[in-house]
Write a protein that binds this ligand. Structure first.
Ligand code: XMP
Length: 536
């Protein structure tokens, strides 16, 4: 396994995802994590990530000394290269112009990390990174001198190498773009091998973790499932487990995994809020209860939700009501079950990293999650989190391997409060029905036109403003449906998707023809920032 020390770069999780895709387990720890834990974790190599700070500033983060005393191979990326150079006796300078974007990297000396890298196959784009309309670096970068396209994003640069190091690659603007000390197996790269814009980046990482560090590639869906099953059985013994099923990917995968591990000792409670997507409640029952034989208690709480949301149009108030009701209903249902000792949750690795964070207080943005926080303590249940080491793409692969339908597993994200935040203003049952039908047409057509997987998230929004239309010979005065589709990697920033006009035209026609009460459809062309992905 590999340890990644995080200096706060937005790309750190990508490094971990790439390494796991290669088949090697790795963890991300904050750079100021207690160094005494490192020998206990026993990694085969350490990667130092990029970071937003400047190594030349006093008090900026450093790698703990044990990293260089351990005799392990070390790869420094961007800030990681700079701090490595600095800590081992080299020099870093700031004040040069910022370099952001593509550069052609030319190897200047042979080293195990970069040798003939440009001869290796380029790697396909990772999940969630097929940005429509964005130019990939082309073969133009693959020149005879072995140079290839890399992605740069830095202000500072290494200007003097520490003893033992050689300069192994340069770009037009940057003489020291990569450095290596082959004896100690220390490597530094100023570019970002983890982003797909860097050609051969995954192969570079593979060389480091497999060829140089000697890791085996055993981290596969099958192995993860087998290990999890053993662990779940050990943890729970003969006790019963309760799981809140939401219809989302994470809780569905937990259900499938637990079913395989402990069979009928799993009971799921599924609160159908009436604010789910079209037909979703029945789909959940079909998939989980009918197909997989999971015990599911379905609570049809729609009427209760609509009644509590009556007259409420403030978004925050709506969210609070929806969250509170969920907890109340879930708790009441759970109390009817005797003998339960565990509450399972679909916590995944990004949640764990975010809540761990760096002690020195980097601003980690935390999404307001709609979950059962506080419930385990109140109900005296032990917490079972079988996905807490996994990234979303790993959870998805696990889901497929466990036999869940691909279509469900690769679905776009859906917010916890559901259509409650997509019906602007007061949430009425009639609006929910109109919205479900319009949304269903949009999604259905995205799939038919093979556009669904090209966008990161797409949905319809119900706008309670009245607009004038002519339906038949009569004048109509009806609400508006807005369509939103975005492309994003991390959901923190997003572009609106450049969907083809013909496609949008077709969807709009179907919606006004098939959904009664809608005569106008608009397309949202706002980016995030400033507009959030959801409208509320
Ligand atoms: P925004 O609207 O903040 O959304 O740009 C970013 C991503 O988060 C989802 N989202 C939520 N997910 N509970 C959730 O579980 C919520 O309350 C919530 N609000 C937004 C949104 O769908 C998008 O994917």
């Amino acid at each position: 396994k590999i340890l990644i020390l995080d200096f706060g770069a937005q790309y750190t999780q990508l490094i971990a995802r790439r390494i796991r895709e290669i088949g090697v387990y790795c963890e991300i720890w904050a750079w100021d994590h207690d160094p005494a834990d490192i020998p206990k974790f026993a990694p085969k190599a350490i990667i130092l990530s990029g970071g937003p700070e400047s190594t030349v500033e006093a008090g900026s983060p450093r790698a703990p000394q044990i990293v260089f005393d351990s005799g392990l191979p070390v790869l420094g990326i961007c800030y990681g290269m700079q701090t490595m150079a600095m800590q081992l006796g080299g020099k870093v300078e700031s004040g040069h112009s910022r370099e952001f974007g593509f550069a052609a990297l030319t190897p200047t000396m042979s080293c195990r990390l970069l040798d003939r890298l440009s001869d290796t196959p380029a790697v396909p784009m990772g999940e969630g990174e097929s940005w429509m309309g964005q130019q990939q670096p082309s073969a133009a970068h693959a020149a005879a001198d072995g140079s290839f396209g890399v992605w740069m994003s830095h202000g500072d640069r290494v200007t003097a190498l520490p003893a033992g190091f050689a300069a192994v690659a340069s770009t037009h603007d940057l003489p020291l773009a990569a450095m290596a000390d082959e004896t100690r197996r220390y490597y530094g790269v100023q570019f970002h091998p983890e982003v797909t814009h860097t050609q051969h980046g995954t192969e570079l990482l593979r060389r480091f973790v497999v060829d140089i560090a000697g890791c085996q590639t055993l981290w596969t869906a099958e192995n993860i499932i087998e290990d999890s099953i053993v662990r779940i059985r050990e943890q729970t013994g003969s006790e019963h487990v309760l799981l809140g099923l939401s219809g989302g990917v994470d809780s569905s995968v937990v259900a499938a995994l637990l079913k395989r591990a402990i069979g009928d000792r799993l009971t799921c409670v599924f609160v159908d809020t009436g604010l789910l997507r079209h037909g979703e409640g029945d789909q959940v029952m079909q998939m989980m209860a009918a197909n997989m034989g999971v015990k599911v208690v379905r609570v049809n709480a729609g009427p209760q939700y609509f009644s509590e949301l009556k007259g409420v149009d403030d978004p925050e108030a709506k969210r609070k009501i929806i969250g509170r009701l969920f907890v109340e209903i879930f708790e009441a249902e759970s109390k009817k079950l005797s003998d339960v000792k565990w509450l399972a949750q679909g916590t995944i690795y990004p949640d764990v990293i975010e809540s761990a964070g760096s002690k020195t207080g980097k601003a980690h943005v935390i999404k307001s999650h709609h979950n059962v926080g506080g419930l385990p303590e109140r109900m005296h249940l032990k917490l079972l989190e079988p996905l807490r080491e996994l990234f979303k793409d790993e959870v998805r692969r696990l889901g497929v391997a466990l036999g869940l339908p691909r279509e469900m597993v690769y679905r776009h994200p859906f917010p916890g409060p559901g259509l409650g935040v997509r019906i602007l203003g007061e949430v009425k049952p009639e609006a929910a029905e109109v919205l479900q039908r319009a949304d269903h047409i949009f999604i259905d057509e995205l799939r038919k036109w093979a556009l669904y997987d090209k966008v990161s998230q797409a949905f319809a929004v119900y706008l309670p403003v009245k607009s004038v239309g002519v339906v038949g010979d009569a004048r109509a005065y009806e609400p508006v449906i807005a369509l939103r589709a975005v492309e994003t990697i991390d959901f923190m920033t997003a572009h609106w998707a450049r969907l083809p006009y013909d496609f949008l035209d077709h969807v709009a026609r179907r919606i006004v023809n098939e959904v009664r009460g809608v005569s106008r459809v608009v397309y949202d062309i706002s980016g995030k920032p400033p507009a959030t992905i959801e409208w509320e």
